[in-house]
Design a protein around this ligand. Structure first.
Ligand code: ATP
Ligand code: MG
Length: 376
């Protein structure tokens, strides 16, 4: 696992427990923004079985992709890298040309991860498939600080929690794979998992302490290496953050994980408009709220000297959630003032229509009068 704060090249997997929450759009647009900030960026489509990142970048899927690499030993990973229409941004396609690779073998996954780790760039973004399956979790665990996308909707929030829960267990199993008794215990906990009677990581840490105090401490330390970040997408109002703060509290108490918030992206018509024009919305609709939200997230990454550590001004807010709350409120004011001015234009239009009609009626009245006056 790459510990991002210790290396120059940052790897950022983008996942989401639920399908359709905006992972691919965020990967494509965040990548174009990082590139626009002068950073050498590579974005990779790792949604095997559902690759569509090329469409969000406005590219045709004609070059070789991961599917070709996995199905032929002759294809070199370096040969998959394609230029994009955007300066500083390169792209690796998924498995659209050679499909049927949704369930890759462990050895294929390892080969893939090994090659991704050899890539040179400032930022490497990975667009992952939905769900909490082993593929998504293992790709997410390539580095310690991937992004988890969720909307404020209950199913999406629950799936985000489920994703992190599976992630935490898989990470601990890996960390203790040489410790027979602990591995056995962890596997048993996972196997016996029943809905409603879930053993939390907090309880696991307690149990590990009971087995051996040192290992209990180690487990807690391992968990502190993981620094996943949340992104809230398709928000309707700043209040959407309230449910995400509850999620944060649950993650903290049950999974012993400290999550931070990268930002909130509003639901915006500009997104769908630019999709139908086959261009990233940060390029096509650069002035839209959604584009500004992505721009802000990109700046947080770029301005963090030791990403994932955030450059925070704690004199003004207490943490990344409060900062996001302030940003979301400012955006919301802009959105509502924009719609207000649209209303004003409509009333203005209406007034001018009424005055034109009044004029026409007066003219008509005049004509009628003249007609009746001239009647013999
Ligand atoms: N901020 C937004 N504003 C408006 N619409 C959005 C926004 N984000 C995403 N969408 C809509 O959601 C759809 C799904 O987005 P996207 O394909 O990025 O999701 P995904 O999580 O990658 O899905 P999958 O799980 O299928 O890979 C988009 O086609 C777009 O219509
Ligand atoms: Mg996707």
């Amino acid at each position: 696992m790459v510990i991002n704060e210790n290396v120059k090249r940052k790897i950022i997997p983008i996942a989401g427990g639920k399908g359709g929450v905006g992972k691919t759009l965020i990967a494509a647009n965040l990548a174009t923004e990082l590139a626009r900030n002068g950073k050498d960026t590579i974005v990779i489509d790792l949604d095997l079985g559902g690759s569509n990142l090329h469409t969000c970048l406005g590219m045709k899927n004609t070059g070789m992709g991961i599917g070709n690499f996995l199905s032929s030993r002759e294809v070199m990973f370096q040969d998959l890298i394609q230029p994009t229409p955007y300066k500083n941004l390169r792209f690796i396609a998924g498995d659209v040309l050679v499909s049927g690779l949704a369930n890759i073998q462990f050895s294929q996954k390892k080969r893939l991860l090994r090659n991704i780790l050899k890539l040179e760039a400032d930022y490497i973004l990975l667009d992952l498939g939905s769900g909490s399956n082993f593929n998504a979790i293992d790709f997410f665990l390539i580095s310690n600080s991937g992004f988890l996308v969720t909307t404020a909707q209950t199913t999406s929030v629950l799936n985000a929690y489920g994703f992190l829960k599976n992630l935490a267990f898989r990470f601990l199993i890996r960390a203790f794979n040489k410790h027979e008794e602990i591995s056995k215990y962890l596997r048993k906990v996972i196997k016996e998992r029943k809905p409603g009677s879930f053993v939390t990581i907090a309880e696991v840490v307690k149990k590990l302490r009971a087995i051996d105090l040192e290992n209990g401490k180690k487990a807690k330390k391992y968990m502190s290496i993981l620094k996943p970040k949340l992104i809230i997408n398709m928000a309707e109002s700043p209040d959407d953050l309230l449910v995400i703060e509850k999620l944060r509290d649950l993650i903290q108490s049950s999974l012993v994980l400290d999550v931070e918030c990268m930002g909130l992206i509003y639901s915006d018509d500009a997104v769908t408009k630019s999709l139908s024009n086959h261009q990233p919305f940060t390029v096509r609709e650069g002035e839209s709220i959604a584009a500004k939200d992505i721009e802000r997230i990109a700046l947080k990454i770029v301005q963090s000297g030791r990403f994932p550590d955030m450059p925070l001004d704690l004199n003004y807010y207490k943490d990344t959630f409060e900062l996001t709350q302030i940003e979301a409120k400012n955006d919301y004011e802009e959105i509502t003032s924009l719609s207000k001015s649209e209303d004003e234009i409509n009333i203005g239009d209406l007034l001018s229509i009424i005055s034109t009609q009044k004029k026409q009626i007066n003219e008509l009245k005049g004509t009628l009068r003249m007609l009746t006056m001239n009647r013999p």
